[in-house]
Design a binder for this molecule. Structure first.
Ligand code: GLA
Length: 412
């Protein structure tokens, strides 16, 4: 992967820095390019999430038990386990890092848990080739009762920029009487004025139909209530997030919440379903487990590069259900940039299930196509479906609560 401070190709980062310098720097003259010299304070930033953001967030595993040792160790683990190489680059501290505001209004990090300060911690995270994220809330308080950003959008954005923050998750507790599109847009504009590209992760749990207004405001927006580390939660979230596929695309993504893989509440097959569905829905992939102590099974899921490639595909289409069986089976399809199709067969039942798909149902031309199993990491050979006979269908056996995930390329 390209490693730059902003996690963007150098050309974009260089252009941005040049624009900021041209707009703010000393000695500006009328001879400078008009666009740069007249850039408004809230000029649009670069595309910050051309593909769904990937990283780690403290909340699902550690809730309020966060401190700088955990963050440093997690940063080390992200490099050592291969998570960074696989694409997980944002290391985000969720709620509870903040304790107060100073007389000047500036947010104060917990001086005991983050004794070295956020700037030094961000520097450490950056030194590992990672990007650094924090959490706030648009209400007066965060969900855990810490100081929120109500009335402090510009102060907070400027502070984050100074600390080297690259990603901010913005929650919605104590904010129900506010106007969500207006408030999140105000926060976005404050981030732009602060002059540093910072991913804005909108977290109002789908309460204000964010799929209708969040594209262009944030780079990801939660579509549902909080995930739980259990099968029922997974099923409800998949259903809810699947309804807004049309809103997703390069630069802005539906967020069905962070991953629970490795936290112990689901079976291996259920966690594979979790990861496969997040990938086919082009969801942000924010690991939520203890990266310092991963089992081989957990690693085999989070580090499955063939599934990650489906999530991160540059075409940026959120996959959809193309076949809805009436008995607990679904087939999903996501078109990919190279003309191939990712397909997930899901089994919601408690017993093994056989399911099939026809090429006509997944947008493939009649004829031969190469099939690869993305969990077995095996080619399944060429399968031919001319659309004439029933037994030409591609059929697979799926374990209970599990998936079969394949990628199919048309042609020989
Ligand atoms: C809300 C969010 C969670 C998490 C907690 C922290 O519930 O939806 O993802 O950030 O707040 O308090």
């Amino acid at each position: 992967m390209t490693k730059t401070i902003f996690g963007k190709p150098p050309t974009i980062a260089v252009l941005l820095v040049a624009t900021v310098l041209a707009a703010c720097g000393p000695g500006k003259t009328a001879k400078e390019p008009a666009a740069a010299a007249q850039a408004p304070a809230a000029a649009p930033g670069p595309v910050l999430a051309a593909v769904p953001p990937m990283g780690f967030n403290t909340w699902n595993k550690f809730s309020c038990e966060v401190d700088e040792a955990l963050i440093r160790q997690t940063a080390d683990a992200m490099v050592e386990t291969g998570m960074l190489d696989a694409g997980y680059k944002y290391l985000v501290i969720d709620d509870c890092w903040q304790v107060d505001r100073g007389a000047d209004g500036r947010i104060i990090a917990d001086p005991k848990r983050f004794a070295g300060g956020m700037k030094a911690l961000a520097d450490y995270v950056h030194s590992k080739g990672l990007l650094f994220g924090l959490y706030t809330d648009l209400g007066a308080k965060t969900c855990q009762g810490r100081p929120g950003s109500l009335g402090f959008h510009d102060v907070d954005a400027a502070t984050y920029a100074e600390w080297g923050v690259d990603y901010i998750k913005v929650d919605w507790c104590y904010a129900d009487d506010l106007n969500a599109p207006k408030e999140y847009t105000s926060f976005r504009d404050a981030l732009r004025r602060a002059g540093r590209p910072i991913v804005l992760s909108i977290c109002e749990w789908g309460r204000n139909d964010p799929w209708t207004w969040a594209p262009g405001v944030g780079q990801l927006w939660r579509t549902t209530a909080d995930i739980g580390d259990n099968w029922e939660s997974l099923v409800w979230i998949i259903g809810a997030n699947s309804r807004h596929a049309e809103a997703a695309g390069p630069g802005g993504w539906n967020d069905p919440d962070m991953l629970e893989i490795g936290n112990g509440g689901m079976t291996f097959d259920e966690y594979k379903t979790h990861f496969s569905l997040w990938a086919i829905m082009a969801a942000p992939l924010m690991a939520g487990n203890d990266l310092r102590a991963m089992t081989a099974e957990t690693k085999s899921i989070l580090l499955n590069k063939e599934v990650i490639a489906v999530d991160q595909d540059p075409l940026g289409v959120q996959g959809r259900v193309v076949v809805e069986r009436g008995y607990g089976g679904q087939v999903w399809m996501k078109p990919l940039a190279d003309g191939s199709k990712a397909v997930v067969f899901v089994n919601y039942t408690n017993a093994e299930l056989a399911q099939y798909v026809r090429w006509s149902q997944i947008g493939l031309p009649a004829g031969p196509a190469k099939v690869r199993d993305l969990w077995a990491h095996q080619d399944m050979g060429t399968h031919t479906d001319t659309g004439v006979k029933y037994d030409e269908r591609l059929e697979v056996k799926i374990p209970a609560h599990g998936v079969v995930m394949v990628r199919i390329w048309p042609g020989q």
